[in-house]
Design a protein around this ligand. Structure first.
Ligand code: PHE
Length: 341
């Protein structure tokens, strides 16, 4: 038995030299020291067969062998762990001098930029922003705005119906009705949002954006609208910009006007942008028709108001020299990236 023990010791010493990774080390440990299956625990069992006199001495030798083997394995384990850790670190190393991927920074949509600019100008005049629904009923989009069925003004706005009773709003003016019905006068609201009309060419898109303004107070006159628009236009297009009111017609305002600004490209001399006229139309507006107030349960002998509607896409196009509205909506990042705050 003693010889065998010596042999085992030699085998372990030889075999451990060959071990170069933790898997092989684990297998070696299993082979020699694991309980029940290992060679050394098996020796312990065999001890029972030895003579009574030899047993204590042999037991000591086997135990010493076991302690020695355990220590040898532990040392080897440390060495292998170190080697493997180094290898892993090398493999996982990152090159901190490598240039990073360039992050693309997005920009706000040109229409959003115009909207934000207008909202901040109007906020300074005490307006609050409300957003009302895009799917409207006939009452809010037309009837309450003094545009009853069969009224010719309905033809101007080719409507997308979603059912017999509901449509995509053709303008932001139904927001006037919702405001009049829900807010106690006096008030000033701005209603920006998407609107829809069956119209599609270089300057019209079936979906576009408007911003409605509504002021309700006592003794409002056309002068109030004119004064406010003057401030707006100068802030938006520059101090030298002039405004011009032309009589117009909308069922929900009386009197109604269309407002032109002196061309901010040529200063009024006439150019391609203003089609040689020196003026550019930017909005429709007027004094709120008494019928509209009455339709909303607002006493028209006490309250008066003015309203206006701006085309946001149109202003975005004019300000950026875009001659086709679809450039705004085709989603071509190369085009949209050029619009900056
Ligand atoms: N809703 C009108 C349009 O879409 C614009 C407008 C708004 C006119 C408010 C007068 C008052 O053409």
């Amino acid at each position: 038995m003693e010889n065998r023990i010596e042999e085992i010791k030699r085998d372990i010493a030889l075999e451990i030299e060959q071990v170069s990774d933790s898997k092989a080390l684990y297998e070696l440990k299993t082979k020699y020291v694991l309980n029940k299956v290992g060679i050394i625990p098996a020796l312990m069992k065999e001890l029972g067969k030895a003579s009574k006199e030899d047993r204590p001495r042999l037991g000591q030798i086997i135990n010493a062998l076991k302690d020695w083997a355990t220590e040898v394995f532990a040392e080897k384990e440390k060495v292998i762990e170190e080697i493997e850790r180094k290898a892993r670190y090398e493999k996982e190393a990152v090159d901190i001098t490598m240039p990073s991927k360039k992050a693309e920074v997005g920009t706000l949509h040109p229409v959003t930029l115009i909207k934000n600019e207008l909202v901040s100008i109007f906020a300074g005049m005490g307006f609050r922003v409300v957003e009302t629904r895009e799917i409207e009923d006939d009452f809010h989009n037309f009837t309450a705005l003094n545009t009853p069925a069969e009224h010719p003004a309905r033809d101007k706005q080719d409507t997308f119906y979603v059912s017999d009773d509901f449509m995509l709003r053709t303008h932001t003016s139904p927001g006037q009705i919702r405001s009049l019905k829900s807010i106690e006068p006096p008030f000033k609201v701005l209603i920006p949002g998407r609107v829809y009309r069956a119209d599609d060419d270089a300057t019209h898109s079936p979906m576009f954006h408007q911003m409605e303004g509504l002021v309700i107070d006592k003794n409002i006159t056309m002068c109030d609208l004119q004064g406010m628009l003057d401030v707006l236009v100068k802030r938006m297009f520059g101090e030298n910009t002039q405004t011009r009111f032309r009589p117009s017609f909308f069922p929900f305002t009386e009197p109604s006007v269309e407002v032109d600004v002196s061309c901010f490209e040529c200063g009024g001399k006439g150019c391609k942008l203003c089609k040689g006229t020196g003026w550019i139309e930017i909005l429709g507006g007027g004094i709120v028709n008494k019928k509209v107030l009455e339709n909303c349960g607002v006493d028209s002998s006490e309250w008066t108001g003015f309203a206006f509607g701006l085309g946001l896409d149109r202003i975005a196009m004019l300000k950026n020299g875009v001659n086709n509205i679809h450039i705004l909506y085709d989603g071509d990042v190369r085009a949209l990236k050029q619009f900056k705050d």
